[in-house]
Structures are given as C-alpha cells and as structure tokens.
Design a protein around this ligand. Sequence first.
Ligand code: HEM
Length: 251
Amino acid sequence: MATSADRFVHRSNPIDRMGRTVVYTGELLRHPVYTRFLHWMVGIFFFLALLSGFGIYLPWIFRFFTPLFGGGATTRFLHPWFGLAFVFFFALQAINWLQVMRWTPDDSRWMKHIKQYVTRSDSVESPETGFFNAGQKMQFWEIVGGCVAYVITGVIMWLPEIFGRILVAISYVVHDISALVMLFGIFFHVYLSTFGEPGTIQAMTRGTVSEGWAWTHHPSWYKAVTGRDPAEALEEAKRRNTPPPLPPRTL
Ligand code: HEM
C-alpha cells in the first residue's frame, strides 16, 4: 500500500544527465535535474501567460505589460502559446509526481493539524508528513484542475466562430476565475518556498535540502530515506546546539 512516507524515486532520463546535483554531507537529495527543469519551465510559462493575460484582459490597469511582448496584437497572439507551454510542462510534471501526489489516509490526518500548521504553533510538522504534505498535494491537484479548465476554455475562446457566443462568454468567466484562484495559491507557494520556510528554495535550485529541513517539514520522508527517527534526530541536534552547563562558581 502506498503511504505518504514513499520515497520519490524517478528513473533517470537524458535531461537528468545534462545537469548535476551535488549532495553535501548533512543534505538529502530532494529534486533531481529533470524535476527542477520542468518546475522552472512551468514557472517561466506561468508568469509569461499571466503577464500577457493581464495585458490583454485588463489593459486599462496593466497596459505597461503589452509593450514587453511587442504590442497588443503580438501579446494576443503569444498568450495562448504561453498558456499551452505552461500546461504542457505541467502535464509532464504531473506524470513525474503522480505517485507522490496520491492522497493517503496520512494526508487526511495531516488536515486535522492544519490549524497548528497555519499558526505555526508546532515547531515541526506532524510525524506522518511524507514527501509532500497534504497542503502541497491539494495545491498540486488544484493546478491540474486549472490546467484542464484553461485548455477547454482557451480552445473555445481561440475558435469563437466554431463554439458560438454563449460558450465563449462562459469560457471567459471560467478562464479568469481559474487564473485568479491559481494566482492566489501561487502567491502563498512563492512566499512559503522563499521567506516562509527558509531552506526550501534550495530544493528547486540545487536539488537538495538539509537534514534539519527534512525532519522539520517532512519527518516521514526523512525516516524513509535515512532510516533514522526524526524525533531522535531533532533531540540530538538540540543537544549538540546546547552549550554545556557552566561550572559552579565559588565566591
Ligand atoms: C518564483 C516562483 C516559484 C518558486 C520560488 C517556487 C519554488 C518551489 C520550491 C522550492 C518547491 C519545492 C518544495 C518542496 O520540495 O517541498 C516547489 C514545488 C512546487 N512548485 Fe513551485 N515555485 C515557483 C513557481 C511555481 C509555479 C508558477 C507553479 C505552478 C503554477 C509551481 C508549482 C509547484 C508545485 C506543484 C510544486 C510541488 C508541491 C509544492 O511544493 O507545493 N511553482 N516550488
């Protein structure tokens, strides 16, 4: 049975062989080259589609975006292609992550601790947290749903003479709502990956994380890859960082 403790192991491919991941002592491999390549392609095309989309659909607020893409007509031409490239790379990433993104009973248990997670009242995540936590998985599946919505509504808006006015009008609304929901989620995603949880961005730049990061944020994954108990590792680190008691002073 798949548990959230499953390791993320993927078969090496030519893109992996084009780059290198150096894992130093005290670190763990988190994302191989192929995953990082797909993630940054997704990120680039997401923001290109977003900026060109804002330039087209809200020109009175974001008119300064259109010159970046060569003017209104070129922006209108490029936007669907940026969108398709985003969906294409995300589809490859979805296939790559399908196994680790499956919902498990551990994720349902994690959801019960969501208040502690949001308020940061726990110093470490709940012990059942595997390679990705339930929040990450929910966002992943929201993006999958968003991609399906973009493709369907995007094609309808691209070919209005085939689909007719009513379908086109509905598609505009669904497309824009989907974009706003995704943007809202990505805002938190970027915050958590950078300032919110220090040490996370390294997972998508160098492909590695520190062991401390692993036992703090994904204890069950830490246990699966190292065979060590995350709670013991934390206690050991605390002992190492605590200065020895001062000798008694005589007056
Ligand atoms: C500057 C922008 C971005 C930064 C700094 C960033 C950073 C990261 C990092 C560090 C991870 C690894 C987290 C982990 O291993 O636990 C990650 C994962 C992920 N990223 Fe991004 N990302 C960005 C943009 C995007 C965009 C635009 C999308 C999709 C629309 C996206 C989708 C994902 C997904 C689905 C994951 C896996 C689950 C998760 O960690 O939430 N990212 N990102």
